[in-house]
Design a protein around this ligand. Structure first.
Ligand SMILES: NC(=O)c1ccc[n+]([C@@H]2O[C@H](COP(=O)([O-])OP(=O)(O)OC[C@H]3O[C@@H](n4cnc5c(N)ncnc54)[C@H](O)[C@@H]3O)[C@@H](O)[C@H]2O)c1
Length: 403
């Protein structure tokens, strides 16, 4: 039997915690050799906790793999350092904040011959695998168009893209690349990696702006008059204490801890006074080789958190609402599928870790380079969509560059 991969988890917030816990639960596959996070106590994990990713990577002990779940701004430096140490890397999305950061990582990956797997968990879940199998099977003939909606939900969007880490465009990649790099990856997969020829995109911040702040609203929800709070769907007390839906973001999801979250910055702030400027909705329209078109819509103001997809083909259509898939051939009866959903990201997290282990053990440098190139190509479309939104022009996708 092969020995487990000696692994460091860098950044142990919501995502890093899931990876560290997976490693501890699968000691035959992963040995949790180091954890780095300044927000954790030194004894939070059996291997101890280092205060920074640099400290964890400078330990003299051998390391096989590094999982990077740091804030986006640290992805590039941490990934370059991990490759420099000769480690395989599981790198959370987005790979880099700009296309040029992605290219730097690609060059370092090629030089090292090591694996860099982007954290596109969704393509590992049974639900998305079923969609891929159905579209690839020819069950609806030749695909003519794909319509994919990412409904972030009003509470999650307020948490992450208004009050939280991804509110300001200058601090990251913009919401589309941050939230939807998964979806560009899925669309690329569903199209059978056909070349995308052109992309156009439109989007704006319509709602969480100072001019929409209700009369009398305070800068912090805790100080807001009760009548104003009651009428506001984004009241922090209601979202963090009165609901379970955002607690998974926090290591301590107790009522007491959530009351503290709701009454302090950043999450207790009025959504109309956060200094945020990222879009709250955006659409990207793409044309592929062979005339296939795809639309990707990202929307903050939905009640349900879901991804919904409709595929049209020359012999039928497929409707998928995030849980149920209905295959509707023009000839013959409809068929319904409900692929089992278990674990985080619809079961995608565990399968991604299994794939990471398998690839890290088996992938040759040439295969590792192909895997990463494939993942970057879909991300390039996301950056090109941003270029289109900002310039107001349709962008031609040839040439290997991006904004
Ligand atoms: N694949 C997915 O579906 C998915 C979902 C959510 C987030 N993400 C990505 O995962 C990454 C982390 O997101 P998150 O939601 O866990 O954020 P988070 O804020 O919960 O976690 C980030 C952690 O990094 C720690 N950190 C900051 N500076 C550090 C340093 N110098 N050294 C070590 N640790 C440091 C912070 O203390 C924090 O605990 C982001 O890049 C995000 O885009 C991916």
């Amino acid at each position: 039997m092969e020995r487990p991969l000696r692994t460091a988890v860098l950044g142990c917030g919501a995502r890093g915690r899931a990876y560290a816990e997976y490693s501890l639960a699968h000691p035959d596959a992963f040995e949790l050799a180091a954890v780095a996070d300044p927000a954790l106590r030194g004894d939070a994990f059996p291997c101890g906790v280092k205060a920074s990713w640099e400290e964890a990577l400078s330990l003299p002990d051998p390391l096989d793999a590094v999982i990077i779940a740091l804030p986006d701004r640290l992805h590039r430096d941490a990934c370059m350092a991990a490759l420099d140490r000769g480690c395989h890397v599981l790198l959370e999305k987005p790979v880099g904040r700009t296309w040029s950061e992605c290219v730097e990582i690609r060059d370092a990956q090629k030089k090292s011959g090591r694996l860099v797997l982007a954290g596109y968990v969704l393509r590992y879940s049974p639900y998305y695998r079923k969609l891929r199998a159905l579209t690839a099977s020819g069950a609806i003939g030749d695909l003519t168009s794909i319509h994919h909606l990412v409904a972030i939900s009003y509470d999650k969007a307020a948490h992450a893209f208004c009050r939280g880490s991804w509110g300001r465009e200058a601090d990251g990649t913009g919401t589309l690349v941050q939230k939807c790099s998964h979806d560009f990856d899925l669309i690329d997969w569903w199209t059978g990696s056909r070349k995308c020829l052109k992309v156009s995109s439109f989007g704006s911040l319509v709602h969480w702006r100072p001019e929409n702040r209700p009369a009398g609203a305070a800068a912090m929800c805790a100080d807001c008059p009760p009548a104003v709070r009651k009428a506001c769907p984004f009241d922090a007390q209601a979202l963090y204490v009165g609901s379970e839906r955002l607690r998974y973001h926090f290591a301590d999801g107790s009522d007491e801890a959530m009351r503290a979250v709701a009454s302090s910055a950043p999450y207790g702030r009025c959504v109309y006074a956060c200094g945020n400027d990222n879009v709250d909705h955006q659409v990207a329209v793409m044309e592929y080789e062979g005339g296939l078109t795809a639309t990707l819509e990202m929307e903050s103001f939905s009640k349900r958190r879901a991804r919904k997809t409709v595929f049209y083909g020359t012999k039928g259509e497929i409707e998928a609402d995030g849980e149920t898939i209905v295959l509707k051939p023009f000839l013959g009866p409809d068929e319904t599928f409900r692929p089992g959903v278990c674990g985080k990201h619809g079961g995608g997290d565990d399968r991604m870790m299994e794939s990471f282990l398998r690839f890290a053990r088996k992938a040759t440098p040439a295969r590792a380079a192909r895997i990463f190139e494939g993942m970057l190509e879909s991300l390039r479309m996301a950056f090109l969509a941003e270029e289109s939104r900002k310039t107001g022009k349709t962008v031609r996708c040839g040439g290997g560059g991006a904004a």
